[in-house]
Ligand binder design. Structure first.
Ligand code: ASP
Ligand code: MG
Length: 434
């Protein structure tokens, strides 16, 4: 008997009909002789609607209460799903995050799972029931409060359960056929990837691909959980996320040249875009040792997630330089306030804030040794008349920052330039992409 964890996202359970459809699907897996644990998200755009509601009540909702509110969304879907399964003649039991033993740290809105004690889930399975667990929520032992794992966190719930219960696979059911070479809502000719390494998946998720929550990919990688992303609207195979070692990757990208040398072929996994970031420029920083350290110490104290950092050459005449960095828009105000407070001490001239940027990342194994990839990327953007404002690279990723209103077009031209365009338009089955 295999134990399978299945996660259903909000767009797969957006109304009563979809809940019944998902229930049938779960029952099929159960009937085939598997133990089934389900992690479920809130129905449709419920989480966004609850967030809107909170902000209608107060501009800055208390984090503890916000978590209390948002976790209600998953309580609704888990109970309805359990009812639907029971009505099909199979036993099913729903559990909140804390009942399922999802123990987290105390950070409201961005809690990390520190332990999983799924005793009650295990008992339900032993009694032949399907266990339904509310995604995205946990419990902190010290504060004894309810927490949430951050937007999209139900994926992480599913993976953590899969790891704790030693599941044979963790299936993430969504509103597209799997992981695509780009978001099909932005690049209609994106095509489905059959297999992707967790390393590439991590870079894509970190660069804005929303198909999988980044923490879920990290968690799966760390705990050796096999992840599969597939559509809840049909039976196509989906995408397998494989845990590839450095040696396996080297073997995958290795190609032999005519003269018998082995070189790395830059295999491109895909393109991701992100419109959720902003850019801060610290203007007129004295170009002397220690200033960057001072600035980023201030920034790091705010817990902001800094991404790309660029320092310009200093003007010889003034000995001043500019340092720019990107960060989530939601961290912007906090960082500006912190830097402003320390302005006299650091001695910079002023701060510029730009929230009209877009980030594009091209991800693929074997890029490191291929300067040609960057050249081809820049060329494609140049041909489309798109200006690049910042560049950063990792071993398997090149990221550029452009104007926000050009980033989607940038994704389409880069996708085409790297030969990723498929033959047909990708299908998005549901969801508002909100
Ligand atoms: N319902 C939560 C959200 O919309 C968690 C999830 O969908 O994974 O972010
Ligand atoms: Mg959701």
């Amino acid at each position: 008997m295999a134990l399978i964890v299945q996660k259903f996202g909000g767009s797969s359970v957006s109304d009563a009909e979809s809940i019944k459809r998902v229930a049938k699907r779960i029952v099929e897996t159960h009937k085939a002789g598997n133990e089934v644990v389900v992690a479920v998200s809130a129905m449709g755009d419920t989480t966004d609607e609850l967030l809107d509601l909170a902000h209608d009540v107060t501009p800055i909702p208390a984090p503890r209460e916000l978590d209390m509110l948002l976790t209600a969304g998953e309580r609704i879907s888990m109970a309805l799903l359990a009812m639907a399964i029971r009505s099909l003649g199979h036993d099913a039991r729903s559990f909140t995050g804390s009942q399922a033993g999802m123990i987290t740290d105390a950070r409201h809105g961005a809690a990390r799972i520190v332990d999983v004690t799924p005793g009650r889930v295990r008992d339900a399975l032993d009694e032949g029931a399907v266990a339904i667990v509310a995604g995205f929520q946990g419990f902190n032992r010290d504060t004894r409060d309810i927490t949430t794992l951050g937007r999209g966190g139900s994926d992480t719930t599913a993976v953590a359960l899969a790891a704790a219960l030693d599941a044979s696979v963790c299936e993430i059911y969504t509103d597209v056929d799997g992981v695509f070479t780009a978001d099909p809502r932005i690049v209609p000719l994106a095509h489905k990837i059959d297999r992707i390494s967790s390393e590439e998946m991590l870079e894509l998720a970190a660069s804005g691909a929303k198909v999988l929550h980044i923490r879920a990919v990290e968690y799966a990688r760390r705990h050796g959980v096999t992840l599969k992303v597939r559509s809840s609207f049909n039976n196509t195979e989906g995408t397998l996320v494989i845990n590839e070692s450095a040696e396996e990757r080297a073997a995958r990208v290795a190609v032999e040249t005519k003269d018998g040398r082995t070189v790395e072929e830059p295999i491109i996994a895909g393109v991701a875009t992100d419109l959720s970031e902003a850019k801060i420029t610290v203007v007129g920083v004295p170009d002397v040792p220690g200033k960057a350290a001072q600035i980023f110490k201030i920034v790091s104290k705010t817990n902001a997630n800094v991404d790309i950092i660029v320092q310009n050459v200093s003007a010889a005449a003034t000995g001043l330089t500019d340092i720019s960095f990107t960060l989530p828009k939601s961290d912007g105000q906090r960082v500006l306030t912190a830097l402003t407070a320390e302005q006299p001490d650091v001695g910079f001239q002023n701060l510029q804030y730009d929230d009209q940027i877009g980030k594009l990342a091209l991800v693929g194994a074997g890029m490191r040794s291929n300067a040609g990839v960057s050249a081809q990327l820049f060329e494609a953007l140049y041909d489309a008349g798109i200006n690049i404002e910042m560049i950063s690279t990792s071993e398997i990723r090149i990221s550029v920052v452009t104007r926000a209103d050009t980033v989607n077009e940038a994704a389409r031209v880069v996708h085409r330039a790297f030969g990723l365009d498929g033959d047909a338009q990708a299908i998005v089955y549901a969801g508002t992409g909100r």
